[in-house]
Design a protein around this ligand. Structure first.
Ligand SMILES: [Zn+2]
Ligand SMILES: [Zn+2]
Length: 254
C-alpha cells in the first residue's frame, strides 16, 4: 500500500520519502467537519489508553473503545458510529423506543446526536421556505434501502417529509471545489438512493454550479424568487393539491 499524507497533516509521517501527498483532509477530519465536532471532543470520549492512536487516525471505519457519556459500560464502535449517532448500545436501545416505527426504507426520522454542518445560506433558505410551507422539524434523516457511505440512511439539508421531497443547497464553497468532481458524483448517487425509496430531490445550485438532476434551481443567491421556484417545483412533483395542504396562511396569490 502506498502511504498517503493528507492536507490536515494526518497519514504518512512527514519524513516518509515514499509518501504521496493528497490535497484534502483525511476522511476522519472531513467527517468531524461535517458533523461539527472537533478531534478534541472525540478524544474526550475514547478510552484513555486509545487516545494516542486516535490522535493520528484517518479512517472513519476504525474501531475503538469508548466511554459512554451517560455512564453506561464501555463499548467498541467505529468512529463513524460515534460521530453520527449513539454508539453505546444501551443509549441506542433507549432511543429505539421512539425510532422503531421509522426503520423502513423511505421513512424520515429524527436521528439523535446528528449535527450536520448548516451554512448561513441553508438557514436562510429554511427560514424563507418555512414562511410558505410547514416543515417537519422533527426529522433530519431518511432511511434508505441500501448503504450510502456505510450507512443505511441519508441526511438531506431540508426535508419536506409530508411530500417526500428533499431540498439540497449546493454551492462551490470557499474552496470553489465543493459539489464539483467527485463530490458531484456523490450528490448524484445520494439522489438515486433517495429516489429508490420514493423520494424526490430539488437541488438549489448557486455560485455558478450547473443544474444537477431533473429539479434544479440555478441561482446566484437564495432569495424569495428561488423559494417561489422551489414551491412551484414541489407542485410539479407532488401536485398542487398536496402542496396546498402545507401552505401557510392559505392560498397565496401568484
Ligand atoms: Zn486528518
Ligand atoms: Zn450509553
Amino acid at each position: 500500500m502506498v502511504a498517503v499524507r493528507f492536507r490536515c497533516g494526518h497519514g504518512a509521517a512527514p519524513d516518509d520519502p515514499s509518501a504521496v501527498g493528497i490535497r484534502r483532509a483525511c476522511p476522519l477530519c472531513m467527517l468531524l467537519d461535517e458533523t461539527q465536532r472537533t478531534r478534541a471532543e472525540l478524544l474526550g470520549r475514547v478510552a484513555p489508553a486509545q487516545r494516542r492512536p486516535l490522535m493520528a487516525e484517518t479512517r472513519v471505519g476504525a474501531e475503538y473503545e469508548w466511554q459512554c457519556r451517560r455512564g453506561h459500560d464501555r463499548y467498541r464502535a467505529t468512529v463513524i458510529d460515534v460521530l453520527t449517532g449513539t454508539g453505546c448500545a444501551k443509549c441506542r436501545a433507549n432511543a429505539a423506543g421512539a425510532g422503531a416505527a421509522a426503520r423502513e426504507a423511505g421513512m424520515p426520522f429524527m436521528k439523535p446526536g446528528l449535527r450536520v454542518g448548516t451554512s448561513m445560506t441553508e438557514q436562510r433558505l429554511r427560514a424563507l421556505l418555512g414562511e410558505r410551507i410547514r416543515l417537519h422539524h422533527r426529522a433530519n434523516a431518511v432511511r434508505t434501502a441500501r448503504m450510502f457511505y456505510g450507512r443505511q440512511e441519508v441526511w438531506p439539508d431540508i426535508l419536506v417529509a409530508e411530500l417526500r421531497v428533499a431540498i439540497e443547497y449546493d454551492d462551490p464553497g470557499r474552496s470553489g471545489r465543493a459539489h464539483r468532481g467527485l463530490k458531484e458524483g456523490s450528490d448524484v448517487e445520494k439522489d438515486a438512493v433517495l429516489r429508490e425509496v420514493g423520494w424526490e430531490v430539488i437541488r438549489i445550485r448557486a455560485g455558478g454550479l450547473e443544474p444537477l438532476g431533473p429539479y434544479s434551481v440555478v441561482c446566484r443567491t437564495v432569495n424569495a424568487q428561488v423559494v417561489d421556484e422551489v414551491v412551484r417545483l414541489l407542485g410539479v412533483i407532488r401536485g398542487e393539491a398536496a402542496v396546498a395542504r402545507l401552505r401557510i396562511g392559505g392560498a397565496v396569490a401568484s
